[in-house]
Write a protein that binds this ligand. Structure first.
Ligand code: NAP
Length: 470
């Protein structure tokens, strides 16, 4: 047992070093590797535990699970990563719920054999750990399925049921009463199943009212719940490895949720209980396409190529459109070409550009853009006033000056990339459609802005060709 705990300790150290590595794109691959090695050590230590009675089901589970995981990972597009993470969280929650129920049925045999008194596991702390594992696991399972369905477009973005808050509070109260009952009378198995059922319903109710730009925050939060559920399962199984790794996932999920809320100028409370990001009143005041009428200047690839040729400093501000167009490789080709011609090129990274944290970093790393070219928002903002040309590449909300200047805007207060301070701004997108927040962008009608309409990949290919022909 001591050796196993030592292995868990080594795994925990590797997890912590891994998480630290994930804090920056440069050290992320190493961090990922350290975390994976830590998990391998933890799994091997668990498998050599002499409490394991048969390996048949474990091996079958590993083979089937790995095959499904490998197929899913191969097939998923970068733009579908949030959906995939939502499903993973749900699986984690399901595992905690199932372990809690199966551990209970194991011990229930004891009860039926009238061994209640000496069943050490019937101690209240064991019942509480079992309840937490089942409840958080169940909430995570159904909450994640609802989140996945919303992201896939199968469910409405934000569904407000009548008396929703009352319903949630009522279910919470029922849950509390049932839990107290179970702790006092743990031999009542039916109460545990009722608790699991109520928690499954609560998971649906907690997530169904949340929508729009808040969904990725919910996913980070559900990730944290899956960790907490695993930690509780660790107490049920008396497994230190699970307690440590679950707590780390729980804590890092909460930290990530807070970072995302800050970058979107939302409070966690508003995300969880505040309903829609844009109120009905704000929605009614959002202008339509008339906002742009007669005010937009569009240009062609040759014109932009000439501007780039004469620039000394160019900043590329990528957004969700880069991911949709899969334009990361051609972006790097253009950046390379410009650098060979003596232009300084940098990439401006907004913390919530795209649809998940680190989305732009991952895409650009795939195209082998050097890490020192990726500059975080706070560091690049002071540089825009000395930038000749900024290319806004499939980004919208994260560059909208209304977030800084218009107090009535639904995104007012959200930190932005201040691209409008550059000498010239080229906006590459397919149309004048709004971004995720659903509001028009003042940037597109500024005097120093030019729109270059088209799919980001196709436009960049034209632009690269035009620069080469100069
Ligand atoms: P955005 O505001 O959603 O805008 C993306 C733009 O890309 C769209 O206006 C779209 O315009 C354009 N686009 C789509 N496909 C394209 C293509 N093939 N080629 C060229 N352009 C294309 O994106 P963002 O500026 O990255 O902002 C992210 C938004 O998501 C923010 O509102 C943020 O709060 C929210 N969000 C992000 C996270 C996160 O973790 N990253 C989390 C929560 C919320 P067209 O259709 O006209 O082409």
């Amino acid at each position: 047992m001591m050796l196993i705990n030592l292995a868990y300790l080594i795994a925990a150290i590797l997890f912590i070093l891994g998480l630290k590595g994930l804090g920056s794109p440069r050290s992320a691959p190493r961090g990922n590797m350290l975390g994976a090695v830590g998990m391998l050590i933890a799994i091997i230590a668990t498998l050599i535990n002499k409490e394991v009675m048969s390996y048949t089901w474990i091996i079958a589970g590993i083979v089937v699970g790995s095959a499904i995981g490998a197929i899913m990972a191969k097939r998923v597009q970068m733009t579908q990563m949030p959906e995939m993470v939502a499903l993973f969280n749900g699986f984690g929650g399901a595992a905690s719920l199932l372990v809690a129920l199966s551990e209970y049925s194991k011990v229930a045999g004891h009860y039926h054999n009238a061994l209640v008194a000496d069943a050490g596991m019937a101690a209240p702390q064991w019942s509480v750990a079992l309840l937490l594992s089942a409840i958080i696991g169940a909430v995570t399972l159904t909450g994640s399925i609802v989140a996945w369905a919303k992201l896939q477009g199968y469910a409405d973005k934000a569904m407000q049921l009548p008396n929703q808050s009352l319903l949630r509070a009522g279910l919470g109260l029922v849950l509390l009463v049932l839990c107290a009952w179970f702790v006092v009378k743990p031999e009542m198995g039916i109460v545990l199943y009722a608790i699991a059922l109520v928690a499954l319903l609560l998971g649906i109710l907690l997530v169904i009212a949340i929508g729009g730009a808040d969904m990725p925050v919910v996913i980070a939060l559900l990730n944290s719940y899956s960790g907490l559920a695993a930690a509780a399962t660790g107490f049920v199984l008396n497994n230190n490895g699970l307690i440590i790794s679950g707590s780390l996932v729980g804590a890092s999920g909460i930290i990530l949720s807070k970072i995302m809320c800050k970058a979107m100028n939302r409070s966690l409370g508003a995300v969880l209980f505040g309903g829609a990001m844009v109120s009905d009143e704000q929605m009614a005041n959002i202008p339509g396409k008339e906002f742009y009428e007669g005010k937009v200047k569009s240009c062609g690839a040759e014109e932009v190529a000439m501007l780039l040729e004469n620039a000394q400093k160019v900043v590329i501000a990528p957004g969700y459109g880069l991911a949709v167009a899969q334009a990361q490789h051609v972006t790097q080709e253009l950046a390379d070409l410009l650098e060979k011609r003596g232009v300084e090129v940098k990439f401006a990274i907004h913390p919530v550009a795209g649809r998940m944290p680190g989305h732009m970093n991952v895409l650009l790393a795939e195209a082998e853009v050097p890490y020192d070219k990726l500059v975080e928002m706070d560091n690049i903002n002071p540089e825009f006033s000395q930038t000749d040309v900024t290319i806004v590449l499939g980004a919208n909300d994260v560059t909208n000056p209304a977030a800084r200047d218009d107090k009535t805007s639904p995104i007012y207060g959200m930190p932005i990339l201040e691209v409008d301070k550059s000498r010239t701004v080229i906006v590459i997108k397919r149309s004048l459609s709004p971004g995720f927040a659903g509001i028009p962008n003042q940037l597109f009608i500024n005097d120093n802005s030019l729109m270059l309409f088209g799919d980001a990949k196709a436009v960049l290919q034209d632009l690269t060709r035009a620069v080469m022909e100069l």
